[in-house]
Structures are given as C-alpha cells and as structure tokens.
Design a protein around this ligand. Structure first.
Ligand SMILES: Cc1cc2nc3c(=O)[nH]c(=O)nc-3n(C[C@H](O)[C@H](O)[C@H](O)COP(=O)(O)OP(=O)(O)OC[C@H]3O[C@@H](n4cnc5c(N)ncnc54)[C@H](O)[C@@H]3O)c2cc1C
Length: 414
C-alpha cells in the first residue's frame, strides 16, 4: 500500500476537487507502478513505454484535453500538481509527460485565452479536435522538440528549422537536438520558422506543427547516454523536406508567438518533474534515517543530532520551494504583471536548483550506502542536475532576467 502523503495536501493548500483527484491518481500510479520500474529504465536509458500504457489506461494522457473532446479538461495548475506527483516516482516519465501534455495544454486552455479572429478560431478548433481524438482514442503520444543548439530555444532568435507553405500543407526542414521521446512519440510537435520569401526570419512567424513520426524524411540519429533523465531518450531529429498536411498545425500562424509573450508561465511546465524529485529526496531521507526503507535492515540513524539538523535544513528548503512554486503556478494567467513574471522565474530557479541541493544533502546525510544503485537517491541526484539546463528558462537565464528586469524598466538603458 502507498503511504506517501500528497506533496500538496488538498485541504491545506485548498486544492479544487479535480486537483485532489488527479494528484491522488498520479500518486497511486507512481507508487504502485512507476517507482519499481524507474531503475531499469534509467540503467538502460530506455523509454518508459509501460508507464505510458498505464497513463493512457488511467486517462492521464488526456489530462489537458478539454472535456468537450473527451479529456479531463485539467487547467494549468491541476496539470502541474499532477505531474509533480509523477516526478516523485520517475523523473523521466514526468519530464516526457510534460512534452506530451503541452501539445494539449498550449492548444487547449492557453490558446483559449489568446486572441484569434473567428476564422482562425474555427480553423484551430478543427485541427485540435483531430489531435485530441488521436490521444483520447488511440493513446497517441506527442513530443515537443524545439532545441536546436543555437539561441532559438532560449527565445532570442527565430528557429532555424523551417516550415515552407505549399499547397495543402507545409514542408519542414531542419534538425532538433535533445528531442525527448525521440523514436517513441507518434507525433513531433515541432517549433519552426515560417519561410516568407523576401522577408527576414522573425520569431513572430514561429509555427507549431505536428509531424507524424512515420512521415517520409523524418529520422532519429545520435546516441543517448547522458548523466541523468536517461529514460527521456532525447536524441536528435532530422527533418528532410518532410511534407505534412495543414491539419497538422497545432496553432494557427502567429499564435505561438502570442502564447510565448502573453502566457509566459507556459515555460514553467518543465518544473513539476523536479518538484517531485525534491519531495522524493526528502521522503527518502526520512525513511532511511528512521530505518524504514524497504529491503534494508532496520538500522535507525535518526538519533544523531547532525542528521536531525540536516533533515531540518532539507525541510526548510523544501517548504520554501513548495510555497514559492505553488504561488507561481496559482497566479499563472495571460498578461501577468511584471512582479508575477519575476516570481515565476524565481520559482523555476528555486525548483531546479533546490531539487539538486536536496539530493546532495540527502546523500551527504544518509551516507555511503545511499550512493548504491540499489537505492533511488543516486538516480534522483543525477536526474535533478538536469533541471537547471532546461531551456528556455534555465537557471542562468532566470537569474539573468530577474537581475536585469529588476533594475531596468522597459525602454531604459545605460
Ligand atoms: C534531459 C533533457 C531532456 C530534454 N528534452 C528536450 C525536449 O524534449 N525538447 C527540447 O526542445 N529540448 C530538450 N532539452 C534541451 C534543453 O532544453 C536545452 O536546450 C539543452 O540542454 C541546451 O543545451 P546546449 O548545451 O546546446 O545549450 P546552449 O544553448 O549552449 O546554452 C548553454 C547554457 O547557456 C545559457 N544560455 C543560453 N542562451 C542564453 C541567453 N540567451 N542568455 C543567457 N544565457 C543563455 C543557458 O543557461 C544554457 O543552459 C532537453 C535537455 C535535457 C538535459
């Protein structure tokens, strides 16, 4: 039986009934199924296919598909809280789940907040209905490759992967790196720049298009043997003049740019995996020091004051992280104030850095045995290191923006 308490207690944090139900479901799946599989996926760097089967069977692949289309219709916060519970048991499943869910959240709840004229809205509704049906009915999985190895994924320059409009569709050409779920997703939700003859590339012309994994000209290349988050299988994707029908547009022209500028909290969706890891590091330490970790002799280490202080330090850091993150995800909305955006950067930074700091403290406190691969903490430690690297809101970029935007108002310079 799973005795893990919720990361965010529904009563204490005043969760909506849907949030309480979804987080409980994710916690049950995570504890009963994902936790036991995580070590093998990590060791062999293989995609968590069985976990995805479970997510589909439980209806969680459709968590952010609107109710009218057969999904849970979970809004942003409900998704974030649910994904954090998954991250507790398998970080790589939670991280890849994010790539999949964004194809529904961004095209669903977020897009409903954005401006589109009647024709665009109709077109968007037609297209997304097709994507949602694939997910709800057939358990199809979407990936979200945007990184290219240059400044595009940081949101600084246009994507160099190009989309050229042709009769009835688009021709996609380019290369994406670090494409989680590569070789396992059924569709790649590619961010690319529309080529407009005679015009300079612009971020405003970013297109978000689903490329079927089996389309002619799509290939996966490179190996994948990283430090952490190994089960994400984030290899390179090559698109060699790939034709896709125009129904595959995940957003109409101009809408991705609008989302990225008006709904900035959309980039925090990579953080729940690491919120879950932070909680898992704390939970492990408590069980270990109490001599209650399953399979280990019941040796108690909680009697030592140094262990108690270390656990206290961990608790303080965890509570700080949870409080800030919960506030940031609760106030996410279109056109947030400057204060809200700065808080979102601070929350992202805190989750990503503190998840790793908590894992470090857990290992120091629990000692040598905790480094063994038979226990989860060394995997949590390696997985947690990846959080700060996730573009577009890496830990460095968050600090950069908090500092600059705290000191300069728009239009000011020295
Ligand atoms: C486990 C894992 C899974 C991933 N999955 C995906 C995925 O599914 N899809 C996807 O698109 N990407 C994914 N990524 C990629 C990730 O978001 C980054 O794009 C990738 O780690 C960038 O690597 P890089 O070394 O080329 O970054 P670089 O562009 O070289 O940047 C290195 C660092 O420099 C800093 N930096 C970069 N640009 C700026 C700037 N303009 N201002 C200030 N600082 C800057 C950042 O801190 C950045 O971390 C994944 C990465 C990991 C580790």
């Amino acid at each position: 039986m799973n005795d893990d308490a919720p990361i965010f207690d529904p009563q204490a944090f005043r969760l909506a009934p849907q949030e309480a139900d979804l987080t409980a479901l994710a916690r049950r799946l995570g504890a009963e199924n994902f936790a036991g599989r995580a070590a093998a996926y990590d060791r062999d760097a293989i995609f968590p296919t069985e976990n995805y089967d479970d997510l589909h069977a439980a209806g969680l692949l459709s968590i952010c598909v609107p109710k009218a289309h057969g999904g849970h219709g979970a809004p942003y916060r409900a998704y974030m809280l649910t994904a954090a519970e998954i991250g507790r048991y398998c970080g790589a499943t939670a991280l890849t789940f994010n790539m999949h869910v964004c194809s529904c959240l961004w095209t669903g709840d977020l897009a409903d907040d954005l401006d589109m004229d009647g024709l665009e809205r109709d077109r968007h509704d037609r297209h997304r209905a097709k994507h949602y049906a694939r997910i709800v009915e057939d358990g199809r999985i979407y990936a979200q490759p945007f990184s290219e190895g240059g400044a595009a994924a940081a949101g600084v320059v246009p994507f160099s992967t190009s989309a050229r409009k042709v009769d009835g569709g688009w021709v996609i050409k380019g290369k994406k790196i670090f494409a989680s779920l590569s070789g396992h997703a059924h569709y790649y939700g590619v961010l690319c720049g529309e080529v407009k003859p005679g015009e300079k590339p612009s971020r405003k012309d970013t297109m978000y298009i689903a490329v079927p994994a089996d389309a002619e000209g799509v290939s996966v290349e490179g190996d994948w043997d990283p430090l952490g988050m190994r089960a994400t299988v984030s290899r390179n994707l090559i698109f060699k003049d790939v034709f896709v029908s125009e129904d595959e547009e995940l957003m109409p022209r101009g809408v991705y740019y609008q989302a990225a500028t008006r709904w900035p909290h959309m980039f925090m969706t990579l953080s729940p995996a690491y919120m879950g890891i932070a909680q898992a590091a704390y939970d492990f330490t408590v069980k270990y020091l109490r001599g209650e970790w399953p399979g280990l002799p019941p040796v108690k280490r909680r009697i030592y004051p140094t262990k108690q202080i270390a656990l206290a330090e961990m608790r303080v850091r965890l509570e700080q992280t949870k409080a800030l993150w919960f506030q940031a995800i609760s106030e996410a909305r279109p056109d947030p104030s400057k204060e809200q955006v700065l808080r979102a950067y601070a929350a992202q930074f805190s989750v990503m850095e503190n998840a790793n700091a908590l894992c470090q403290l857990a290992i120091r406190t629990c000692g040598g045995q905790s480094m063994l691969k038979s226990l989860p903490i060394e995997r949590l430690y390696r997985d947690s290191r990846c959080g700060s690297l996730m573009l577009p809101w890496t830990a460095e970029i968050c600090l950069d923006r908090i500092g600059r935007e705290g000191l300069y108002e728009p239009g000011e310079s020295d």
